[in-house]
Design a protein around this ligand. Structure first.
Ligand SMILES: Cc1cc2nc3c(=O)[nH]c(=O)nc-3n(C[C@H](O)[C@H](O)[C@H](O)COP(=O)(O)OP(=O)(O)OC[C@H]3O[C@@H](n4cnc5c(N)ncnc54)[C@H](O)[C@@H]3O)c2cc1C
Length: 232
C-alpha cells in the first residue's frame, strides 16, 4: 500500500509536512445492491461476496479481488484471477493464502508474509550483515531488521524493515508456499553482500533454537524414576 506523499505537489504551495508522512485514506465498499447480485442468488456478507477455494460464488459465478473481502491487495486479486481462469478452462485449482506478501512502500520498506508469530522466531538487525558495512552504510545506524517465524520444521512467516525489503523477503514467500524444510533453506547460498544474507543469519539462529528445543524435549522424555514392577 502506498503511504508516501511523493508525486505532484499542490499548486498553491500547501506542502505536506514531510515526504514520508502517511497519507490517511478510507475505503468504502460498493453497495452490494448496485450490481444486481440478488438477481443471481448471491447474498454478500458484510465483508463481501463469499467464495469457495476455487473462487466460485455459485454455479457459473466467480468472484475475485477486493469484492471477496479476503485480502485487499492487487497481487492477490491477480492471483485469484489466474485461479478462476484455470477452473473455467477445466484445470481445477484452489487458492492458497498461507504466503501472501504484504509491502508498505515507505522508506525503508516494511514487508511481511505468512504468520507474525509461532513457536520459533529469530531476528537479525541489518546493521550486522556485510551489506551495511560495504554498500549501504547508512543502515549501520538506521533501523532495519528481519524476523523469521518457524514451526520447527519449516518457515511459516517473516517480517522485515529495510531497503527494498519487499524484494528480498520474497524468497521467504516461496519457502513458505513450497513448504521447504529448514535444512534445505540452510543449504541455500545467499549472495555477498546483499540483504538476503540476513535470511541465512536468521535461519542459522532458528536452527540453533530448534536443536536446543529438540534436545530439551529428549531429556524430558527420559524417565527420571525407575520403572515400577508392573511396567517392567
Ligand atoms: C490508497 C490505496 C493504496 C493501495 N496500495 C496498494 C499497493 O501498494 N499494493 C497493493 O497490492 N494494493 C494496494 N491497494 C489495494 C488495491 O488497490 C486493491 O486491492 C485492488 O485495486 C483491488 O482490485 P479489484 O479489481 O478487486 O477492485 P478495484 O480496483 O476497486 O476495481 C473495482 C472496479 O469496479 C468499479 N465498480 C464498482 N462498482 C461498480 C458498479 N456498480 N458498476 C460498474 N463498475 C463498478 C470501480 O469503479 C472499480 O473500477 C491500495 C488501495 C488503496 C485504496
Amino acid at each position: 500500500m502506498s503511504l508516501g506523499r511523493s508525486g505532484p505537489q499542490p499548486r498553491d504551495d500547501r506542502r505536506a509536512a514531510t515526504d514520508t508522512e502517511p497519507a490517511p485514506c478510507r475505503r468504502r465498499s460498493f453497495g452490494h445492491g448496485d450490481i444486481g447480485l440478488e438477481t443471481v442468488g448471491v447474498v454478500a456478507g458484510p465483508r463481501g461476496i463469499t467464495v469457495d477455494a476455487r473462487m466460485s460464488a455459485g454455479p457459473g459465478l466467480w468472484a475475485i479481488g477486493d469484492v471477496t473481502g479476503l485480502w485487499l491487495l492487487t497481487h492477490v486479486g491477480e492471483y485469484q484471477g489466474r485461479i478462476v481462469a484455470a477452473n473455467i478452462l477445466g484445470r481445477p485449482r484452489e487458492a492458497h493464502y498461507e504466503a501472501v506478501p504484504r509491502v508498505v512502500f515507505c522508506d525503508p520498506q516494511a514487508a511481511s508474509v505468512g504468520d507474525a508469530d509461532g513457536p520459533f522466531t529469530a531476528g537479525v538487525a541489518l546493521a550486522g550483515i556485510p551489506r551495511t558495512s560495504t554498500y549501504t552504510r547508512a543502515y549501520d545506524t538506521r533501523p532495519g531488521f528481519l524476523t523469521l517465524v518457524s514451526d520447527g520444521d519449516r518457515l511459516t512467516g517473516a517480517y522485515a524493515l529495510g531497503p527494498e525489503a519487499g524484494e528480498w523477503l520474497q524468497q521467504v514467500t516461496l519457502a513458505i508456499r513450497a513448504r521447504i524444510p529448514l535444512s534445505v533453506l540452510l543449504d541455500v547460498i545467499q549472495p555477498f553482500p546483499t540483504f538476503s544474507e540476513a535470511v541465512f543469519q536468521a535461519l542459522r539462529d532458528l536452527d540453533a533454537q530448534v536443536a536446543r528445543a529438540s534436545s530439551g524435549w529428549r531429556q524430558d522424555a527420559v524417565p527420571t524414576r525407575a520403572p515400577s514392577a508392573t511396567t517392567a
